[in-house]
Design a protein around this ligand. Structure first.
Ligand code: ADP
Ligand code: NI
Length: 207
């Protein structure tokens, strides 16, 4: 059953180079299980929600995450309805949406949200941000284009600013939004890496 889900996820993301490939998902699973070891909760739910957290993403697949269609079809008959509903509720609520971001109401959801955020920061987070920005034809940096503060969901998703701005609009905010103690302590080091990266970036730019 686990192999089947890994295969379905791998196929779903085949061809993505914008930082949302299956490897992102597998790193999120690893982060999530590490946090689960400290924080507890339902292990199967943490693992499955992490595995399926991006398979219905609107940006990637144009579907409606609220319907959770792909995730439900992958879970099939291997899980009962309440379990599938709980996984879908996690998937629906973990995404960053600016000031409209939600804190998931279950421990398992808070763990998976932290695990996803950890992969958006640190060295891999930096690489993913530039990969994503490049895939959308965005500039890396423009000293005249200032980051926007306090964006809500619609404004955040309509935003087409530079990748460096994305650090101020999301990545550097995540450390203080972590839900779990273990997630927070993992986030601190990755946050420091981004701060050093930006300092070096501005130096090399000649600012
Ligand atoms: P989430 O996992 O919270 O749903 P997203 O799907 O929005 O996050 O983002 C996935 C990856 O793409 C993250 O690493 C994120 O930082 C990056 N990304 C999203 N929007 C941008 C952007 N405007 N510029 C650069 N990178 C972005
Ligand atoms: Ni993700």
């Amino acid at each position: 059953m686990r192999d089947r889900i890994v295969r379905a996820v791998t196929d779903r993301f085949a061809g993505d180079s914008g930082g949302h490939d299956a490897d992102h998902t597998f790193r999120v699973v690893r982060n999530a299980l590490r946090i689960w070891e400290v924080e507890g909760g339902n292990r199967d739910m943490v693992e499955l929600a992490a595995m399926l957290h991006d398979v219905d993403d609107r940006k990637l697949f144009g579907g409606d995450p609220d319907e959770c269609a792909f995730a439900r079809s992958v879970m099939g008959d291997d899980f009962d309805e309440p379990f599938k509903d709980a996984v879908c509720s996690i998937i629906r609520n973990i995404s960053f949406k600016g000031t409209d971001t939600k804190v998931p109401d279950s421990l398992e959801g808070r763990i998976v949200q932290d695990a996803d955020r950890l992969d958006a920061i640190g060295a891999i987070g930096i690489a993913r941000a530039f990969a994503y920005g490049g895939s959308k034809g965005r500039k890396m940096y423009d000293p005249l284009d200032k980051p926007k503060e306090g964006m809500g969901e619609n404004e955040y998703f309509a935003n087409t600013g530079t990748t460096v701005n994305h650090f101020y609009e999301k990545l550097l905010l995540l450390k203080d939004l972590m839900n779990t103690d273990e997630g927070r302590s993992m986030a601190q080091h990755r946050h420091d890496i981004m701060e050093s990266f930006l300092k070096e970036f501005y130096d090399e730019w000649g600012l």
